[in-house]
Design a binder for this molecule. Sequence first.
Ligand code: EPZ
Length: 417
Amino acid sequence: MSIWRVQGGYPLDGSLTIQGAKNAVLPVLAAAILTGSEVELTNVPRLRDVEASLNILRHLGCAVGRQDDVVRLDSRNMTGCAIGRELTGQMRSSVIFLGAILARCGQVRIAMPGGCELGPRPIDLHLAAMKALGADVSLEDGQILCRTDGLTGGHIHLALPSVGATENAMIAACGAKGATVITGAAKEPEIVELQGFLRALGADITGAGTDTVAVRGFTPVRQVGWRVMPDRIAAATMLCACACAGGDVELRGLDPAHVQSVSDALGRMGADVHTGSRRLRIKCAGRLQGGGTIVTEPYPGFPTDAQPLLMAASLKADGVTVFEETIFSDRYRQGVEMTRLGAKVAIAGRRAVVTGVEHLHGASLTAEDLRGGASLIIAGLGAEGETTVFDRGHVARGYEGLDRALNALGAHIDFTE
Ligand code: EPZ
């Protein structure tokens, strides 16, 4: 059990460079096995989910090495095509390996990823995409089995703009003969990043960032290097942390457009936000205003991953903020914990209503998921006294030293593994 001890009352001040993106590096690590050769990734964050992915690659027979922010992997001697429960249990999003292993090996066996703290996490769209490319898909005692004598390009339509299903479809289509069109695709920046990586491998792929992606099967080039993009949700976390604690924070190395829906919301609440080339500065002095209604939507709408973070920023606002969570069915657990700080959070199904209060007091809280855990830590920045967050490793899945990053800006957080 990790413990975060947060002393409230210290404003944040300074600048920092945002870590590499968890949700960009995971699909890139999967796609890397298409090459059957060496891939070198830089700006790779130190995260539990990254370590879980590296373990899966080793389990499949890849040579994997890491030094600082550099990961080198060589999949030429890859022999495995199965990922068992012991590995999928470490990381729900291990389903992202489905398309890559199928394209590389002609078959894949992967344990059904369980649901998670956010609610059910179906993968029907992922499996429909594999079928659309000609794979046989079956379920056998909790394992997904996909087989093909050779994938054939086709039309994949995603009924929902699923990020993971779009990524699996793009990667598998690279191993299919002929052309594939993916309609109803997700448009997240991480999808555009994956397209960039696949192009670096030699793929003929266009359209990422729109709802239609076109891919032609190709033979990958050898030996590729790639730098991972900055993490827009880690950036949103720091913006909301400044809103909780007050202060003046500059973020470097990111594309401000990737967090615009979050910075716009904070601006409407009274934060002073300035954007520049690859940098974004936020100043929060005095009490913010309520945020109106925040509806989570696929990109470029307000990201579901930032909903808990903006909720933390809204707890002491002068007014009401209403959240409508349209993506996941159980993503308000942090709201119940926040009431222990003295916050007023009323939850009914997909809606949460925050009525701002003038003061929050420290309390003992429990992190139930990755972004919810981060939201409790930043909420503690604005509470009087000490807030203790008990965490079963959720936060470390997605943040590289969140305590170090915040303490470098003036926070007083003591973290024990
Ligand atoms: C990705 O998850 C992210 N994870 C999530 O971030 C993020 O919250 C989510 O996209 C939405 O933006 C990674 O990229 C590793 P989805 P993913 O498929 O791909 C439904 C974090 O905190 N759905 O876009 O699993 C699903 O139930 C994590 O970093 C189906 O119905 O999300 C959900 O309601 C949390 N069938 C909606 O689509 C499917 O086959 C969006 O899910 C797949 C998804």
